[in-house]
Design a protein around this ligand. Structure first.
Ligand SMILES: NC(=O)c1ccc[n+]([C@@H]2O[C@H](COP(=O)([O-])OP(=O)(O)OC[C@H]3O[C@@H](n4cnc5c(N)ncnc54)[C@H](O)[C@@H]3O)[C@@H](O)[C@H]2O)c1
Length: 465
């Protein structure tokens, strides 16, 4: 099939950047991104490109170039699904919060709703591509919903046909544009060779064909889950070693370097920190645990559950350490929080360790001043809801300026590895902070020597005091 029109359901952190790249490299293809959330769509259509709903280095330049040409953001699902030759499903797949599998299984309600929208509005033959991360065998559910639409139609003229493919996305937030332009691999699962070929032809406009891996549907779905599980496992592994380094005097960065130089291990994902966040790792591993239990593989489930447990433990131990170091109480003390997004170069705060750590510090009675170069005040407000109640301004304030954040605080906790935190003027900061003052650097990014020279006490992950 000659693909002329692509539709993506879900204008989020995956749908937005992924479709921007397809629009950039396929000027002959019309790319329509649709979403049920009108606010999100209007943000994608903002004239001021710094207000796009997703911050990713390099993204706004592509949107500026393609929007209004072959890249379009809209809430009109009916029109763009009907026009599409190929549809990506890129909706959110959160963990279930109630019922069977609550807290572990993936809630497929958005995927199911998208499938029903496709079955209602599609025309002729449509290739449906799972871009969301999905439990193994979800394609079966999508197929069943789409097939029901096919069976129901008696009028042969209006008969619809579908091919379902799995094409999980491996981008990492913060480096999404580079990851999409130069991926390690593109994975396509399916059994319809023609449909696979059509999708390969899109990617091969900018990616070498050797990097496109084709498998059956189930292997593709499971590979994405396992990739995330392996990445998260590395973070939990190095975080256990950060504690061991603090206890023994070994230096975590030297250990990471030495270990990572072994090509069999590799250097990535060996930075210790406050644990993994983001929308994917926790939910995907929880799902892996759920699936393993479902198939009676209890030891497998236990093994992966430990990766999650270590993540919580790392965050808990940081809070305990902060309280203990500050003479056993932080009640009525003021703490600066540097960084709120779950990692640098993104405005995404989903599952950010900052949320748990800030809540706990507030619970212990501290007053927080929170600074992040990209996260907005309104987002922090949502994240710091407590039992659905807003945590009042008497507990925390939003800071617009990095240096102002240190004014009259007792300690400063670094939670995100933003580059601007690496070269702060510690002499200037030490005058602003109350004495005695502490820095807790959960990313080991600040210059320890400079901090010490300024008279501030410092604790760093993987180093200790
Ligand atoms: N964020 C990442 O780094 C990343 C990376 C790889 C894969 N993934 C996976 O990609 C998927 C999407 O993640 P995301 O971060 O883009 O989520 P997101 O929450 O940012 O975006 C999902 C969008 O889908 C929309 N939506 C939900 N139901 C819809 C429906 N029925 N019709 C139309 N729109 C609908 C929502 O309004 C939302 O805007 C998830 O499965 C995730 O696990 C995410």
């Amino acid at each position: 099939m000659n693909i002329k029109s692509v539709c993506c359901i879900g204008a989020g952190y995956v749908g937005g950047p992924t479709m921007a790249i397809i629009a950039k490299y396929c000027p002959d293809i019309q790319v329509n991104v649709v979403d049920i959330n009108p606010e999100r769509i209007s943000q994608w259509n903002e004239r001021d490109l710094s207000d796009l709903p997703v911050y990713e280095p390099g993204l706004k330049e592509i949107v500026e170039k393609c929007r209004g040409k072959n890249l379009n953001f809209s809430t009109n699902m009916e029109k763009y699904i009907a026009e599409a030759d190929l549809i990506f499903i890129s909706v959110n797949t959160p963990t279930k919060t109630r019922g069977i599998g609550s807290g572990q299984a993936i809630d497929l309600k958005y995927v199911e709703a998208s499938s029903r929208e496709i079955s209602n509005y599609a025309r002729g033959h449509t290739i449906v591509v799972e871009k969301s991360t999905l439990p193994v065998k979800t394609a079966q559910t999508i197929k069943a919903i789409l097939d029901a639409a096919v069976k129901g139609e008696k009028n042969l003229e209006k008969k619809k046909t579908f091919s379902v493919l799995s094409n999980p996305e491996f981008l990492a937030e913060g480096t999404a544009i580079n990851d999409l332009e130069n991926p390690d691999r593109v994975l396509i699962g399916g059994d319809d060779k023609e449909a696979i070929n059509d999708l390969v032809n899109i990617y091969s406009r900018w990616i070498e064909k050797e990097k496109v891996l084709t498998t059956d549907l189930w292997s593709s779905e499971l590979s994405k889950l396992i990739s995330n599980a392996f990445l998260a496992q590395r973070i939990s592994s190095i975080n256990t070693i950060s504690a061991l380094c603090e206890a023994t005097g070994a230096k975590i960065k030297d250990v990471s370097l030495a270990v990572g130089m072994d090509r069999r291990i590799g250097k990535y994902f060996l930075n210790s920190g406050p644990g993994f966040g983001g929308s994917c790792f926790k939910k995907d591993i929880s799902n892996l645990v759920y699936i393993s239990n479902h198939y009676g593989l209890f030891e497998v489930a236990e093994y992966w559950q430990k990766v999650l447990d270590i993540n919580y433990w790392q965050q808990r131990r940081f809070v305990e350490l902060i309280v203990k170091t500050m003479f056993g109480t932080i009640s009525s003390k003021t703490i600066a929080i540097l960084g709120f997004s779950f990692k640098a170069n993104t405005n995404d705060t989903r599952e950010s360790p900052a949320i748990y750590i800030c809540r706990k510090l507030i619970e212990e009675g501290a007053f927080l001043k929170i600074y992040d170069p990209k996260v907005k005040y309104s987002q922090m407000q949502k994240d710091l809801l407590f039992n659905d109640q807003r945590i009042g301004e008497e507990k925390w304030v939003y800071s617009n300026s990095i240096y102002e954040t240190f004014e009259n605080v007792d300690s400063a906790v670094f939670l995100t590895e933003w580059e601007e935190f690496e070269s702060l003027n510690w002499q200037e900061i030490s005058i602003k902070m109350r004495q005695p003052s502490w820095v807790f650097d959960t990313r080991s990014i600040v210059n320890m020597e400079e901090v010490k020279k300024s008279g501030i006490n410092i604790w760093q992950v993987g180093y200790g005091n």
